[in-house]
Write a protein that binds this ligand. Structure first.
Ligand code: ADP
Length: 516
């Protein structure tokens, strides 16, 4: 190869110069010339040539064979010997240096170049092979799985360190032994797999995964394992061996069992919680209804006039009672959805009418804060099919939040549009906004961004959790777009006729998976 760098070691100056010119004429670079072994080693180390041309018989204490041995072993540089004659002892020592070629003096240019090119090529291939071996052996050594390689008769050829740990055999003791002496594999029912080698040879591969419950017996112990056996083929496509990869899955099995148990106990606990809440809510609602009912009755002053203080305190009793009732109803709804006991009551209704009802409830609050409230509902939405009460609750929660979290003189905008079979609603405000990080949690129950005791806004942190559940019960999804200080847009999509078309169902399922 033109440009290859060559060191010449030759003690006859004229011959050395002759070789140098011949090499340079052919495009090689001569990195130096040395006439003794010691100098050759120094120059090889200093100039790192691609190849050394070495006369075996050179001056000094160290002959060419010894110098070549050092150059090859210390620096990995290939050496070609130049020799006119040599006694048997010198040749024997020359062999130890693993020379890449011999050139007999005197030589033609052609012999020199052919030898150099073959040597450079051979060396490059050897280097690549060595590198590949280093990769493979480091990978095998560091693998968390056990690897055992056998020939086609099942005789062990190789064990990696993990296989040594798993089987209790060292590689040197195991090599040459039949595979069946080191490991046995059985199904969980005790049936042994006696033809592990045959199974791979017949099909090219054998796989036993963790769900097949395979056991490995080795070193007097047994482990649950996953196993893969694959045949190794040469370049003629002949099977020359098998490689087995085993993984001890004791931990995975244990973790799977723990997870399953944890899931079961969480489900039981959740069901117990839901039942408890359902019962408690009933027990709490009955007396609360009396408190609210009787305080409202007294406020009507049918049973006598109230003085200012009595009126004020009774109003407190009534509004606190209502607040508590709202909270209990929300908790009950949420636990019902979680327990899968929430029924859907689909009916046809006019969207504008429901939104007007909501408007009537929230407008006093908006007026109080000087907030303008605009509504735009697609006139095509006159006959939507959904659970009316839940839809009303969703819209109420979003609209009252928009007003609650918007400062005085702000704007709130409610919009409903129909596109194909999907109804989309948006509640937009120019209020306090929500940071990206908080957007990730606001749909979780009992989450309020400001939950401090000095917080400015009242609430339970259940409104958006219910919105999400109710929208999902309709087969839809809900999301928020917001920036702190810039206002928020809460949007949701539900099927207009209560049925989700298949293609859209897949799309919304996907969005639900990624939605918050
Ligand atoms: P809350 O009863 O506190 O309103 P929600 O579940 O309805 O409970 O809302 C959870 C939290 O999300 C609120 O406490 C508030 O911090 C935030 N949030 C909801 N809607 C808005 C909005 N329109 N603008 C700003 N923050 C909002």
């Amino acid at each position: 190869m033109k440009g290859s760098r060559i060191l010449i070691v030759e003690d006859e100056r004229i011959t050395a110069l002759d070789i140098k010119y011949r090499l340079e004429d052919s495009g090689y670079v001569v990195t130096g010339m040395a006439s003794s072994g010691q100098v050759a080693i120094e120059k090889a180390e200093g100039t790192r040539p691609d190849l050394v041309l070495m006369d075996i018989m050179i001056e000094g204490d160290m002959d060419g064979a010894q110098a070549a041995f050092q150059i090859h072993t210390r620096f990995g540089i290939p050496v070609i010997f130049l020799t006119a004659y040599a006694d048997e002892d010198t040749l024997r020592r020359a062999k130890i240096a693993e020379p890449f070629g011999y050139i007999l003096k005197p030589f033609e240019d052609k012999d020199l170049y052919t030898n150099i090119e073959i040597t450079l090529y051979k060396h490059r291939v050897e280097q690549e092979l060595k590198e590949k071996e280093a990769w493979v052996s480091a990978t095998l050594k560091n693998m968390a799985d056990a690897v055992i390689a056998t020939d086609t008769s099942g005789t062990i050829k190789h064990l990696n360190p993990m296989a040594e740990i798993l089987t209790g055999w060292t590689e040197s003791n195991a090599v040459g032994k039949p595979l069946s002496e080191i490991i046995q594999v059985s199904y969980i029912n005790g049936e042994m797999i006696t033809d592990l080698v045959l199974k791979v040879l017949e099909n090219g591969v054998f796989e036993g995964r963790d769900d097949e419950d395979l056991l490995l017996f080795s070193n007097g112990l047994k482990y649950p394992i996953s196993i893969t056996g694959t045949s190794i083929k040469n370049d003629k496509n002949e099977v020359i061996g098998i490689v087995y990869v085993f993984a001890d899955i004791t931990r995975q099995k244990q973790e799977k069992e723990n997870l399953l148990n944890a899931k079961l106990s969480a489900e039981t606990a959740n069901n117990t919680k839901s039942e408890f809440l359902a019962n408690m809510s009933h027990e709490l609602r009955t007396p609360l209804t009396s408190i609210i009912g009787f305080s409202d009755l007294l406020l009507e002053e049918t049973f006598g006039e109230l003085n200012e203080k009595q009126h004020k305190y009774l109003q407190n009793v009534s509004s606190s009672g209502k607040h508590l009732l709202d909270l209990i109803n929300s908790i009950l709804d949420l636990s019902k959805v979680e327990a899968g006991k929430m029924q859907m009551a689909y009916e046809h209704f006019n969207v504008s009418e429901v939104i007007s009802e909501i408007n009537a409830i929230v407008v006093p609050l908006a007026l109080k804060k000087g907030i303008s409230l605009d509504i735009s509902i697609d006139p095509k939405m006159h006959n939507m099919r959904a659970d009316k009460l839940k839809f009303r609750q969703i819209m109420y929660n979003l609209a009252s939040n928009a007003i609650k979290f918007t400062n005085n003189s702000g704007h709130v905008y409610i919009e409903g549009t129909l596109s194909g079979k999907l109804a989309q609603f948006r509640v937009k405000d120019d209020g306090i906004g929500i940071s990206k990080i908080d957007q990730l949690k606001i749909f979780n129950p009992f989450t309020q961004i400001d939950s401090s005791s000095t917080r400015k806004y009242e609430g339970t942190g259940l409104g958006l959790a219910l919105v999400k559940k109710f929208v999902e019960l309709h087969g839809g999804y809900v999301w928020v777009e917001s920036e702190l200080g810039q206002g928020s847009i809460f949007s949701f999509i539900i099927p207009y006729d209560g049925v989700l078309p298949t293609s859209q169902k897949q799309a919304t399922d996907k969005l639900q998976e990624t939605s918050i």
